[in-house]
Design a protein around this ligand. Sequence first.
Ligand code: PLP
Length: 412
Amino acid sequence: MKAVADSLWKQVREDFPILAREVHGRPLVYLDNAATSLTPRPVLAAMNHYYEHANANVHRGLHTLSAEASEAFEQARDKVQRFIGARGRESVVFTRGATSALNLAARAWARPRLARGDVILVSELEHHANLVSWHIITKETGAKLRFIPLADDGTWRIDLLPELLQGPVKMVSVAHVSNVLGGINPVKEVIAQAHAVGAKVMIDAAQSVGHMPMDFQALDADFLAFSGHKMCGPTGIGVLCGKAELLDDMEPVEGGGDMIVHVGWEESTWNLLPYKFEAGTPPIAEAIGLGAACEFLGGIGLDRVRAHTQELTELAARTLDGMDGVHVYGPLVGRLGPVAFAVDGVHPHDVATLLDGEGIAVRAGHHCAQPLHTKLGASATARASFYITNQPEDVDRLVAGLQVVQEVFGVR
Ligand code: PLP
């Protein structure tokens, strides 16, 4: 059984041409998947095919190339819809990424509906995309933020939820998987409790879609935001998935081509969903690439993707935390992807730079989660993040790399 699994992941790795390269004379170990994942051949091929065979704008031309481009673009929407279990294609709005998707819902749903004193509930581990987007809204509306606090192990204090949901809580917007602590958050429970008090729920699924099975209808969130480039797709494309009745009731935030039915001198009428929110020429090749990424991951199986990623993440968290002078932030189990850590006596930037010299790509900094780092008592952390292109040997290389770091800094 294990041999079958090993050969599957070996085969998966062969689909990523970049893994053949060396960095500083060492075979690349790519552990920065939470920032952006690597891109497999079928995704590259789908985007190339568009540019080589059907390079035209969508929805507007009567010529063959435009018709083919439109068809490929809309098929990509259908692939995304099936991949995340949305009820209909009208729920799938293409955006520039998770950040644009979160901002779109904040602006189009929340801004007109929130008033002074209303509450938006987020958690202490949010990415800036799910925090600053709300700062803009609170500034404009007088609504305020409330936070689900973290327990010492970096998990949510879910026991406090009934208390936190008291009062005029209109929106709950939380991360499914933390991009720093890696914990898989109990969003289903949050959704059920939030709905019971009449609040809407948005899930920042930037680190979960494409990493584990996703069923938008079963989850019963009101909005779901994610990026293509963290799930084997290209940059420049993401999705805001929303319940159709909510999207239908929202005004667009951008006006221009494609999002209208009729334009007069003084006013216009909006197009149907999802086009109402897709003003201007969309990222066509990128959407097609995202559709191909959905097929690629679906071909492997999302249960397998999750099991493999979680196994490696937890192995890395356990192993690093067991090293002298190394500390892992966040839970050691129930963890998917990111492993943020500190090496005693060495700044995270030096950790990342020295690991790069060993051919190992990790990230250092606050990972767009500055308030979380304040909570952790660290201005920065180093972060290794795992995905389907990784293998157990990568954990060994990381450990060996960290030993080099400790030797260079004389902290071993
Ligand atoms: N939310 C989370 C949890 C993330 O990890 C990220 C990116 O790191 C984002 C949102 C923003 O994604 P993007 O930069 O692709 O818009």
